[in-house]
Design a protein around this ligand. Structure first.
Ligand SMILES: [Zn+2]
Length: 235
């Protein structure tokens, strides 16, 4: 009798642990309690993300390169720039890229009231959905967030996404420096932060080289939404 009870206790405990870990993983990926900076996976998949556009000069050049290389990226667009250049955003959609929300005017949301940051999200979404599908991903400007911002994003159906590699291309380092930072730091599940919101930038040329180098190393480039489907437990 005692042995039976002991066995049930052990089994019960194991079951509880399985349920606990399963729900923890579920929370991380689907309930979005925290922003996602990298996707734990053993598969050689990475996502290029491009913030702050569309820009009338930089984005078309980048789109041309991505078309030639047959790569889909995730554009975290500013609502203000989407409203200014809807035709460029429409081209990005037509090319198969993922469009995500980067707020309307690139203000730091943690310095705003709840009403103000909710308006930033909603105004951006309105400008985006004029030419693109409803975005599912949100990235706060500067990566600045708090619980209220995460909650507001979640309530609007967004997963908040940050990044794991930042070559600071917006500061206009050399093409080689951007490529080196990415290639030195890349690993399965990396989310790479790049920009297309100004001109000139080393980014389009760097992206072309980064794609080739990543492929040489056996990596597949996917959108962030695709990357999320590669999530593996306990990594
Ligand atoms: Zn930005």
């Amino acid at each position: 009798m005692e042995i039976t009870i002991h066995r049930w206790c052990v089994r019960g405990f194991a079951c509880l642990m399985v349920i606990f870990f399963a729900s923890a993983v579920q929370d991380t990926v689907w309930n979005h309690d925290k922003p996602i900076s990298r996707v734990p996976t053993t598969q050689k998949v990475v996502a290029l993300t491009v913030d702050d556009g569309p820009h009338y000069k930089t984005t078309p050049v980048l789109l041309q390169i991505l078309r030639k290389k047959k790569v889909h990226v995730t554009f975290f667009v500013l609502g203000s720039n989407a409203a200014l250049h809807p035709e460029i955003l429409a081209q990005a959609v037509a090319d198969g890229h993922e469009i995500a929300n980067h707020a309307y005017s690139h203000v730091i949301l943690t310095k705003m009231s709840r009403n103000q940051y909710e308006e930033e999200m909603d105004k951006a979404e309105k400008a985006i959905v004029a030419v693109a599908p409803k975005p599912r991903l949100f990235r706060p400007p500067g990566g600045a967030y708090n619980d209220g911002i995460l909650e507001a994003a979640r309530a609007r159906g967004y997963t908040t996404v940050l990044w794991s590699i930042d070559p600071r291309d917006w500061r206009r380092p050399s093409v080689d420096a951007v490529v080196k930072t990415v290639m030195d730091q890349v690993k399965p599940g990396s989310i790479i932060l790049l920009h297309d919101g100004q001109y000139p930038l080393p980014t389009p040329q760097a992206v072309s080289i980064i794609i080739d180098r990543l492929r040489e190393q056996g990596y597949t480039l996917v959108t962030v939404s695709e990357l999320l489907s590669h999530y593996e437990e306990s990594r």
